[in-house]
Design a protein around this ligand. Structure first.
Ligand SMILES: [Zn+2]
Length: 471
């Protein structure tokens, strides 16, 4: 890290905070039309910042909230980085549970408290200030000083409410306005997103894998009406019993999913990954206490973190049938239903899982019972190999910014936009989270550590050079 950038960062610390606080005061609740003016104001404010840095900047109108797009000039033979983030925030409700008002940023114990502090304004804007610091330092380090990569920014205003505008944009619905295809406009070697957490305080992380999902609803039908369980019990199959029987066959008591072929495409965790997870100091006992259970359960042969981050799972999300009211009613219900989902890992194909499950259910469906399987939505998982040179570059940048090398973690959740970039544009994503797990995103008293904010800016300022240097 050269001194020019470090000096610039320390001289501008207060101004970075003041700018962030000004942005946090705009209640950009993208999902609530009562806040449309403030949401647009937040987009315009960000676009102005990019313009002031000398970037070619557009406010792209969509069917929803505008997209803020900005880019530095292309670098012949150099890499291109696409930074994604969002300027919209979750509604602050319940407002009465906030210690200080959600749109009056307040500093306590080194944290700034405000809606959007960590999710995602505070994290996103580190990449604007990181670029600013790099550009301000031009020439100071004795090199020719120009930005060695092209940086593009795509910042949306509907991440918290479905992303309809971004989705339409990615599908090319606004091509005419930009004079090229979206794939050309957004073409990049890597996407960078800071909208997640570190592993723990003092343990910055790169999240290099996400699970996919496929979500189903199963309807089970029996007799043409609810029956008296005394008069008719023992004469026909009961849909509630049948549903329970079918569902319990999907996963065995060792936590192994029994759908034929389910594990065929699973990319197994490598020894290196298992070693990384094992070195994180995760405690099963603490986890049990946290969750209030005496025992943990999951697929045999894997640790808790391995199951959580790197193995597919099956869970029932809801079930219904028969009588739910007070007291007893001796009913043999005519129908039953359940919602359930599989969390998938690379390279499982949600469509293949759907087909195999449908076939299995047809085979195990008891006599006198009909079923219908509805597929709500599916998305594949994502993983960036640990050996990727982008991981090494990001790792060096984080080490410069945080003073310690990051750990490599995966997540059991899904981030739709990562799949959109991968499958619509063919670009992988680096997930660099500066937040903490207890930042209360989506809850009252959302916060972001100002120390981490500045370390994030520092890391971002180093990232451009590290990506340019990689082989
Ligand atoms: Zn977010």
């Amino acid at each position: 890290m050269n001194d020019g950038i470090t000096d610039y960062l320390s001289q501008n610390k207060q101004r970075f905070e003041a700018d962030l606080f000004e942005w946090l005061r705009m209640a950009s609740i993208g999902t609530d039309s009562a806040y449309d003016d403030q949401t647009r104001q937040a987009a315009v404010w960000l676009a102005e910042k990019f313009k002031n840095l000398g970037l070619e900047t557009d406010l792209i109108e969509t069917c929803g909230q505008p997209l803020v797009y900005a880019q530095t000039p292309p670098v012949a033979g150099g890499k291109t980085v696409l930074v994604y983030g969002h300027y919209d925030v979750q509604p602050p409700d319940p407002v009465e549970l906030w210690t200080t008002p959600p749109f009056e940023p307040t500093v306590r114990n080194g944290n700034v408290y405000a809606r959007g502090a960590t999710d995602d304004k505070g994290q996103m804007i580190t990449h604007l200030f990181g670029l600013e610091a790099y550009l301000a330092d031009r020439g100071v380090d004795g090199s020719d000083g120009s930005l060695p990569v092209q940086v593009k920014y795509l910042i949306e205003g509907e991440e918290e409410s479905g992303g309809a505008g971004l989705d339409a944009f990615l599908k090319g619905e606004y091509d005419k306005d930009i004079g090229m295809t979206v794939a050309e406009k957004l073409d990049a070697d890597i996407v960078v997103i800071s909208d997640c957490s570190q592993y723990a305080p003092g343990k910055p992380a790169i999240t290099y894998g996400l699970k996919g999902i496929i979500y189903f609803e199963l309807f089970v039908y029996g007799p043409n009406r609810d029956l008296h369980s005394g008069a008719f019990g023992g004469t026909v199959n009961n849909p509630a019993n049948a549903l329970a029987q079918m569902l319990t066959q999907i996963k065995d008591d060792q936590g192994r999913i029994q759908v034929p072929g389910f594990y065929d495409d699973v990319v197994e965790l490598t020894e290196e990954e298992r070693g990384q997870f094992g070195g994180l100091g995760f405690s099963d006992d603490d986890f049990k206490t946290q969750l209030g259970v005496e025992d943990l359960f999951g697929e045999a042969g894997f640790t808790t973190l391995e199951r959580r981050w790197g193995r597919p799972t099956f869970d029932i999300n809801g079930m219904w049938s028969g009588y739910q009211g007070e007291g007893a009613k001796t009913v043999l219900p005519a129908e039953a239903g359940a919602k359930f989902s599989f969390r998938l890992v690379p390279a499982q194909d949600p469509n293949k899982v759907h087909e195999a499950l449908e076939k299995m259910l047809a085979e195990i469906c008891p006599a006198g019972i009909r079923f219908e399987l509805k597929n709500h939505h599916g998305a594949p998982g994502f993983v960036l190999p640990l050996g990727s040179p982008f991981m090494a570059a990001a790792s060096r940048a984080i080490e410069s910014g945080f003073g310690t090398a990051p750990v490599f973690v995966r997540s059991g959740g899904s981030i739709p936009v990562v799949n959109q970039f991968k499958h619509m544009l063919g670009i992988d994503t680096l997930l660099l989270g500066w937040g903490q797990d207890d930042d209360n995103l989506h809850s009252p008293d959302e916060k972001f550590s100002l120390a981490d904010f500045h370390k994030g800016i520092h890391s971002s300022a180093c990232l451009w050079g590290e990506i340019a240097k990689m082989d």
